[in-house]
Design a binder for this molecule. Structure first.
Ligand code: PBG
Length: 342
């Protein structure tokens, strides 16, 4: 460019105050790493897995590319992989042999999650086993509790079965029990059941602020847990309600939760941040199936740079204040992080 084409400067460059110069910290990779505020690591992740009956089963889930339903015999291999990637914990969801009105597959002693927990504890005792406590994968009607004649979910009778579910999971060796049902008072009743059963050492991770979200769609395909009629709005939270979410967290902590969760993550990052500021307990955020599926679909079409978008997303969840991230991206993200160095 010749000097004749250069636009006239409004200010001389030298007049930009030195204290306004922020690019000094961005000049090189080394500087950027040195001043990085948020560092994502495999130890932030909990990897969710769907466990199914049978042997040698690895059945891909179409709406969750890269995820499969696994039979119990496949879990030792999965556990070894998680350990080698430094991912500390696995979260178990079960697909039972058969479903009934009371969701008995959730709370029988040799239910699918109980079997999976035993197999994992045998194979990899140090891997933390987190078990989801809910009835919707086990009921023939697909709701998260037992039903009254009018089709509504009965709170207290459901809580009894959820407590039995938690107890049977603790007996099988679960380290962390994670109730996702959203019945009232379940944390207190489960805590009491665990204490009385000799499991006062087990951790309760409460899905405290769990919203009635459309982002659970792919999960319900994967777990075959869509309600057969109606929806979950009478027990899961109404998405516009942030203040109520803080009350739900406060209540669950008062009832004995050790850790709390906001779910889904991305449309609720304001609540992750607010919970981080208000409560001094470990805070989890669930990067749910629909959030995973969106990125996989865009990446599969070549529309986004998958590695960068996934790591940016998970970093955002951590920066908002989550200590733990439940994510189907855990394995691939850990591989990318290991390759990049921190
Ligand atoms: C069970 C449960 C659900 C999820 C976790 N536990 C589904 C639901 O509430 O309908 C969703 C997880 C995901 O979408 O990844 N109640």
């Amino acid at each position: 460019m010749t000097s004749a084409q250069q636009p006239a400067l409004l200010h001389s460059a030298g007049s930009i105050p030195t204290e306004h110069r922020m690019r000094r910290l961005r000049r090189s990779d080394g500087l950027r790493r040195m001043v990085r505020e948020t560092r994502l690591s495999p130890s932030d992740f909990i990897y969710p897995v769907f466990v199914t009956v049978g042997r040698d089963v690895r059945e891909p889930i179409p709406s969750m590319p890269g995820q499969s339903r696994l039979s119990v015999d496949q879990l030792a291999q999965e556990a070894a992989e998680l350990r080698s990637l430094d991912i500390p914990a696995i979260l178990l969801f079960g697909l039972p042999e058969s479903k009934d009105a009371e969701g008995s597959g959730a709370w029988i002693r040799d239910g699918i999650v109980q079997q999976a927990t035993r197999a994992l504890k045998d194979a990899q005792p140090d891997l933390i086993v987190v078990t989801d406590v809910c009835l919707c994968e086990y009921t023939d009607h697909g709701h998260c509790g037992v039903l009254a004649d009018d089709g509504s979910v009965i709170n207290d009778a459901s809580v009894e079965l959820l407590a039995q579910t938690a107890l049977s999971q603790a007996e099988a060796g679960a380290d962390v029990i994670a109730p996702s049902d959203m019945m009232d008072g379940r944390i207190g009743v489960i805590r009491q059941a665990l204490d009385q059963g000799g499991f006062d050492d087990r951790t309760l991770l409460a899905y405290s602020a769990k919203f009635a979200s459309a982002f659970y769609g792919p999960f319900r395909d994967a777990a075959d847990s869509a309600p057969q009629f109606g929806d979950r709005r009478a027990y899961q939270m109404d998405p516009p309600n942030g203040r109520e979410a803080m009350r739900a967290i406060e209540r669950d902590l008062a009832e004995g939760a050790d850790m709390v969760m906001v779910k889904p993550a991305l449309a609720y990052l304001d609540l992750v941040r607010e919970a981080r500021q208000r409560f001094d307990v470990p805070l989890a955020a669930y990067n749910v199936s629909g959030e995973y599926a969106m990125l996989k679909a865009a990446a599969g079409n070549g529309w986004i740079d998958e590695e960068r978008v996934v790591l940016e997303t998970l970093t955002g969840i951590k920066r908002a204040g989550a200590d733990l991230i439940l994510t189907y991206h855990a394995k691939e993200a850990s591989r990318w992080l290991a390759r990049q160095g921190s």
